[in-house]
Design a protein around this ligand. Sequence first.
Ligand code: NAI
Length: 744
Amino acid sequence: MAIKLEELEVKHGFSYQVEDGIAVFTFDLPDSAVNTLSPETGLAFDALLDRAEQASEVRAVVFTSGKKDNFVAGAKIDFLQKIKTAEEAATVARNAQKGFDRLDGFPKPVVAAIHGSCLGGGLEWALACDYRIITDSPKTVLGLPEVQLGLLPGGGGTQRLPALIGVQAALDLILTGKHVKPSKAKRLGLVDEVVPVSLLRPLAVRRARELADGTLKVERAHGQGLKAVATQSKKGLAGFFKSLANKEMWAEVALEDNPLGRKLLFDQARKQLLKKTRGHYPAQEKALEAVRTGVTAGRQAGLEAEARLFGELVVSDVSQRLVELFFATTALKKENGTSNPSVKAREIKKVGVLGGGLMGGGIAYVSSALQGVPVRVKDKDDLGAGRALKQIQGILDERVKKRSLTSRESAAKMALVSAGTDYSGFKTVDLVIEAVFEDLKLKQRVLAETEAVTHDGCIFASNTSSLPITELAKGSRRPELVIGMHYFSPVHKMPLLEIITHPGTAEWVTATCVEVGRKQGKTVIVVNDGVGFYTSRALAPYMNEAAYLLAEGADIAELDKALVEFGFPVGPITLLDEVGIDVAHKVGPIMEAAFGKRLAAPKTLDKVIEDGRLGRKNQKGFYTYNGKKKEVDASVYALLPAGQDRKDFDLAEMAERCVLQMVNEAVRCLGEGILRSPRDGDVGAIFGLGFPPFRGGPFRYADRLTPAVLLKRLEHYQDKFGERFTPAPFLVETVKEGKTFHAR
Ligand code: NAI
């Protein structure tokens, strides 16, 4: 199909300029903040290459972007969602491969000049060029994040990347989807040159000319950068995928170069991967297979395997769930948390934090180090104030150790925080986040104290995990400025922030707190007020069910295993130990008072608490914490109703009982208007409660199962166990209407 030059510019955003024998293509997709690739852009790019090939005065090509901080963000994902068959998707990949192959074999040298994010198809495009020059800006990142959407790089990335930087380093990028910064990209051999932003274009043009003249020759040592290792950060979904990478595995993969050794090593890598993904994330396995095919059977076979496996993944359930999740979080990033998009956030120049404990310290860290504003912490005693400072310093030290911060940057961030035992410094704060003990009277008292010392426009946010914000606001002189900001522990790692509004919260206050959360690096959902809001409420019956199972005689390790097999990062009993058995125990009566017997916690934990077991924090819980392998502390069974006498339970049934409780409660929250949409419920459960991303969240899970089947399963358990499995009225209604939650 012939595309006219004018159409190339107006419709596809490609401009074509020839400067002294060098054709510069600038990609600036109209009506979009970032450049994305689609079959249409492929055709347009092809037309540009035709021009450059035919023009005798053109000796080389530079490909760059007109966007502010973006080169190419990757493939346009919505068109993938419309694909119906694996074969159709494989054809899309084959076409992309053909386009990049043409670039690879282009008779004139091609230089990619990269500033900003260069991801997925964008990096595959750059890989097909002869020379890659990037800026040293912190906005410049490179990566192949396809696995995070349950896909693999389908434009030749599984073949070109290992060829360029070696199998080990390539797998580390492909299987985790991680982004690399300029310095690491250079170290890995992924790019040829790192330059200041202002020099990008002139130097790219110069390098293109030198390549055409033959004065610059690029010799590539295949397999450079073998020392790249996976990081183990647990932050967010990206962190989850990163954690799938395993240092030993890569070390082994890199060891051998002979065919037999390689087979053994790929087999071993696959086994290790399966241990981590438990078969829930097929994209990693298929990406490994595509790389392996290329390494063992040659590039052509590798490309064909890549296209075929890409096709299979595009139409898989897992990928569809992960893509939906991507769209959900992208949409959330654009919202202000109110129904009125014109409401603007106000500037927060300084934050006050009340309580320097586990949560307060973490909140002070994200406010100072990430949001970048001065923070004043107030605790009731020096111990608390000092603990907060120590916690922040510890997190910064860890980042310096991992080289994500320099010592100087760390010191500058630390200098933003101060702590004390009175309200000095609170006069100038615009937002106070309260994280004192979970006690309504105490929280009301500190609210009154704060209002006496802060200015009239200062927002008061509570980090309570269960108490209604409406109750707290009753004691306020400025209830419109009272809101909930519910963080999760550990604050610096957990990606969710649940914001809770009460009926009188001013819209600008909500918009401001949403903006603050985003600056702190959080995915933010806004919910309406109620005891336990959304996340604590959905978690309560899930944890209760685990406690019932323990009381019935379930084995601790087996119970945890059941939920991990389902896809949670840890099982409920491990979670109890992590959160603090006492903390969970305190939520029980609050839930019972609000929701009656249905959410009453079983008495299973009473004796465990009496025995002084708080979990990891005092090294005494359901598991042992003596530095060796994590093991169940068998002595805890004597404190449980069924004693040492443990029974065999079906793993799937244990998981189903716990999960149905969470899903049913989520449906109640939606029906009662606590949740504003099933989308928010899915995002909240995945990022706050560890609900398996590949299952899409409680509502996607329910829709996949069908609401009718969910209802039947709940009724089945209701017959067996009674009231606590009563189906949510909103579920019954949804079934009657023959609808699904996402399509209501
Ligand atoms: P913590 O016990 O570690 O810290 C509470 C801090 O508040 C202590 O340092 C204490 O000295 C200080 N404090 C008490 N009275 C004070 C006062 N009048 N003025 C200033 N400081 C005072 O507790 P944690 O775990 O940090 O919890 C704090 C809040 O966060 C609670 O409301 C809790 O429900 C909530 N939360 C806790 C989560 C967790 O996983 N631990 C998760 C989400 C919310």
